[in-house]
Design a protein around this ligand. Sequence first.
Ligand code: GLU
Length: 464
Amino acid sequence: MKIRTRIAPSPTGKDVHVGSVATALMNFAWAKKHNGQFIVRIEDTDQSRLVLGGEKKMLETLESIGLHADESPIMGGPFAPYRQSERLSIYKKFAQDLILTNKAYYCICTPERLGEMRQKQQSLKQMPKYDRHCLTHQKEVIQKIEKGVPHVIRLLMPEKIITFHDLIRGDITIDTNNLDDQVLLKSDGFPTYHLGVVVDDHLMEITHIIRGEEWLPSTPKHIILFEAFGWKAPEFAHVSVLRNPDKSKLSKRKNPVWTSEYIEKGILKEALLNYLSLMGWSHPEGKEVFTLEEYIKVFDIKDVQTTAPVFDPIKLEWMNGMYIRQSQTSNLKSQIYEFYKGKYSEEMIEKTIPLIRERIKKLSDYEPMCEFLFSTPQVYEVDFGKYKDLLISMHQSLMLVADWKALIIGAAMGELAKDKGVKNSEFFMVLRAAMTGKKISPPLNESMELLGKEECLLRLQKLR
Ligand code: GLU
């Protein structure tokens, strides 16, 4: 069997959520592991919640981090269109098919009537559920619809106990008696999520639906719909949603949730995917750092855990630091160059890499750490007031250094500190601040070698 997985995001945010990337990653891996296809379908049927530009950004981010879709609104594919708002006639036809087979019915109840009904049910402590008023008057209802009265199509929910198998959670049994007659087609001609998702998963030949656990209550409704159409349902797997380290639900208020915010902070896509792959799953050999190719090889849906995975941005940064330390110089150079959009020359970046590789955790740490190598400091963390004489001596002594190499610079300065009777810690704090503006910097002697003799002398002169 050809394996086909999908994600079906709704563009209701300004980008793709990191939790959705974690789910997308499993879908991607499951498809690739079996030489199958990974599909991205846009579910934009709730027009009132659409965020302008959200879809474009979402698709761009997924591509840019390497979760390439085989079929999508951009890639096209054999089942195009992949955007639900462009498939309205398909849903309408399928909803009408269900009417013909008595699996669905028309409803013209007004929001006012539905509101009153719900209130009554609440006061009687009954479960809020459509009372099938229109089902008992279908002839009249159809006549009114022909005259232009707004209407929806509702599923006639059968009464039965259904059991389905979740690849992560095992067998789940529910009594459909507790389920409402779902609206399938809304009065604006758009399908509801339930109709759209089932029709598309069937037509697009999806074999595995791996999605967040928040969709678990919808699954019985989908299974009933697959049965009503006479279609075989795909396999289901519901993954737990990501939590903050304090176990609260991931939300914008505590940490960034949009994927591009992490990329813009200088998290490498390889590190992000590696970290997200560990959300609810662990490597069979207990490894923490591995490539996407390796993940695809060893990933198995059945190994996914149901415990809520903790998404900790601090741990992600730590992992990113590991990736930076292990990157080849040429790779890291291009990543820094691209991150700063060509602001610093590749040649100079390359020279700085040995100084900073061990010290940065994310690409955005590079500039604050290295900007002194590209321009003279404008602010200083040290007050040089009482060090004027020392600065003059440093200048004089460095003038005499002929071979401008880190070791020789260091030796000359060590000697001067001794001569002057200044403690090394204080002496180098002053020299470091004079060169870099800061009390903490990459290794000083090496930085001075990179800056060059002339520039170092100029920086000292400026402060005398
Ligand atoms: N449109 C739903 C979402 O926004 C898709 C849920 C599903 O995967 O079935 O995530």
